[in-house]
Each structure stands twice: as structure tokens, then as C-alpha cells.
Design a protein around this ligand. Structure first.
Ligand code: FES
Length: 134
């Protein structure tokens, strides 16, 4: 029952995604794809000091990847860059309200990987192993 509610919400986000689009002259930008299916996403952000001021995403993908990108971009606005660097699989599952299972986990983490890598590059840091596994 609960998972049906979450699934309905994900479909709603897929059909009416938040923060879809691009940002001219972003502070950070990263493209990533899922080699298993070819779906791709690019995340753009503007920072205000060490905080995300605006964030958008473009690309195409399945219900899980696109609805997660929608929810993630809503969530990270106003968050500190350091907080985003520390996000992982559990945070994504918490955001979408369900565990997509091993076969679809990469769908759910695609936007987080792109965002985190954009943040690491912006901060002139090495992308950590945890992020590369997303
Ligand atoms: Fe391609 Fe989900 S099936 S990202």
C-alpha cells in the first residue's frame, strides 16, 4: 500500500518534473549516463558561497531516474556543498521513499552521482570512491 503511494508520487514527478532545464554559465555542471540503458542526465548548479543557490537538470531516462532527479534537485536547494558531498544511497532511498532494488539502484543514483561530481570538481576536490560507485 505504502509503496503504491510512493510509486504514484514518482510517476507524478516524472510527468511534471521540478527543476528541469539548464542554467546559463553554471558554477558546476556534470553529465553522466547509465551505460546499461543509455539514459543520461546533466546537472547544473549555481552556488552562493558554499551553498547551492539554484540547480537544474536535463536529459532523459526512466521514471525512477527522472523522478529522483526532480526530488533531489528540490532537496538540495539551499544545502551546503559539504552536505551534498556526504550524500549516498540511503539519502536517495529516503528521498524517493522506496528501495528500487539492485537492478534499478543505478537509475535512482544517477542524478546524485552527477551532482556530487559537479560539486567535487567545483571545489577542486578528487571525486571520492563512494561517489564513483553510485
Ligand atoms: Fe535507464 Fe533507469 S532504466 S536510468
Amino acid at each position: 500500500m505504502d509503496s503504491d503511494i510512493y510509486a504514484d508520487e514518482l510517476i507524478e514527478q516524472y510527468e511534471h518534473p521540478h527543476n528541469k532545464g539548464t542554467i546559463d554559465k553554471p558554477d558546476g555542471e556534470m553529465h553522466r549516463d547509465n551505460p546499461l540503458c543509455g539514459d543520461d542526465i546533466t546537472v547544473y548548479f549555481l552556488s552562493d558561497g558554499d551553498v547551492i543557490r539554484d540547480v537544474k537538470f536535463s536529459g532523459s531516462g526512466c521514471v525512477i531516474s527522472m523522478s529522483t532527479a526532480s526530488k533531489l534537485t528540490d532537496f538540495v536547494k539551499g544545502k551546503a556543498l559539504g552536505e551534498i558531498e556526504g550524500m549516498g544511497v540511503k539519502d536517495v532511498i529516503g528521498l524517493i521513499g522506496l528501495d528500487p532494488g539492485p537492478a534499478r539502484l543505478k537509475c535512482a543514483t544517477l542524478s546524485l552521482r552527477a551532482l556530487k561530481e559537479a560539486v567535487f570538481v567545483y571545489e577542486h576536490k578528487v571525486v571520492d570512491a563512494e561517489t564513483k560507485k553510485l
